[in-house]
Design a protein. Structure first.
Length: 364
């Protein structure tokens, strides 16, 4: 691989001034992004922009480190202006997505988990890794010019990794905030349904119901004179009975009184879960009541973002499932998050690809 550095080191007065300006600029950007993140967390921590801002801070910090490494003489990729994003940063950001796909596909593709989706994810990850290795070896020609196709492949992988990091960052922020701030004692606990296993509650759904019942019991202990309602939301999705009906049988068997249960058995998606549950609460005069929504932990970030977009003042809590459930559902959650925010994701893709074209065209 032919590698060029941004400079051979910082030596002259001009170089020192450029380095100081670049580091000051990065520090200012980090402060602005940190302030924006703090404001967004206070305003509505459920919104996906919080994860996007955290990812932007990570990228800015990584770019500063790449610049510092290039000034120390470490090979960091094709040279561009010190005040511009570095190709070496883009190259580093290109790897999280393919490595994640390979890791998830390899683990979930073991005997007992060889489903088509897992195999497809593994093959996609291996394809991306191969493309990145080839692009890394060929992105600079003998004259030191950046080749367009390898650079754009690296940028495309970096964009996918930025989407991944935004989703992961949002989940981490929500988890940390949940540990610091206890959920309010609600008047309504809503449990989102999941696919039934031969018409019965499976492990994943059982974890949600048990977590919801725990929330319901805790809320009932804080409201001894006021009944706390448990809404079970889920229609017929690939099974013989509505998910809500099977969930009700499970909840009754675990000590929840019949009079505390409300069944929403028509929805077929998360958005329908939320909208139809809101309709039920409005009919009962509970639209202003405190509501806690319970779903699987890997589903919290996307659900919270959707709740925020719908303007619902509800909290979202995650049920801790088994590690392979989190791992196996991660690619689906990631792709669904990108599709639901395709406008912002599309603009980010255009920006990243325009940057790659600018580097390849010698504009930066």
């Amino acid at each position: 691989m032919t590698v060029h550095t941004a400079s051979a080191g910082v030596g002259g007065t001009g170089d020192m001034a450029t380095a100081a300006t670049a580091m000051a600029l990065h520090a200012a950007i980090l402060l602005l992004l940190g302030g924006a993140l703090a404001w967004c967390l206070r305003r509505d921590a459920r919104h996906l922009r919080c994860g996007a801002l955290a990812t932007a801070m990570l990228a800015c910090l990584l770019n500063a480190l790449v610049l510092a490494a290039s000034w120390a003489g470490v090979p960091t990729g094709p040279p561009v202006g010190a005040l511009a994003p570095q190709p070496g940063t883009t190259w580093l950001l290109a790897w999280p997505l393919p490595l994640t796909l390979v890791g998830v596909g390899a683990v979930m593709g073991m005997p007992g988990g060889r489903r088509p989706a897992n195999i497809i994810g593994l093959l996609a990850g291996l394809g991306l890794v191969t493309a990145l290795v080839v692009s890394t070896a060929t992105w600079v020609d003998r004259d030191g010019r950046v080749r367009a196709v390898p650079m754009l492949i690296i940028c495309l992988a970096a964009w996918g990794s930025l989407v991944l990091l935004t989703w992961v960052g949002q989940g981490v922020l929500l988890a940390l905030r949940g540990r610091r701030r206890a959920l309010p004692a609600p008047r309504v606990v809503v449990i989102l349904g999941a696919k039934l296993v031969r018409g019965r509650v499976g492990r994943l759904l059982a974890a949600r119901i048990e977590a919801g019942i725990a929330q319901w019991r805790a809320a009932q202990s804080h409201r001894p004179g006021t009944p706390v309602l448990l809404v079970l939301s889920g229609g017929v999705v690939g099974g013989p009975v509505p998910e809500a009906e099977a969930m009700a049988r499970y909840a009754l068997a675990h000590g929840v009184p019949q009079e505390c249960l409300i069944l929403e058995d028509c929805s077929r998606s998360t958005t329908e879960n939320l909208l139809r549950t809101r309709e039920l609460l409005v009919k009962r005069g509970l639209e202003g009541a405190g509501v806690v929504l319970v779903t699987s932990d890997f589903h919290v970030a996307r659900t919270a973002a959707r709740v925020s977009r719908l303007g619902l003042p509800w909290s979202v809590a995650g049920a801790h499932g088994r590690w392979f459930q989190r791992l196996g559902n991660s690619p689906r959650e990631l792709s669904a998050t990108a599709m639901e925010h395709r406008g912002a994701a599309g603009l980010a893709l255009l920006g990243v690809m325009a940057y790659g074209a600018a580097v390849a065209g010698g504009i930066l």
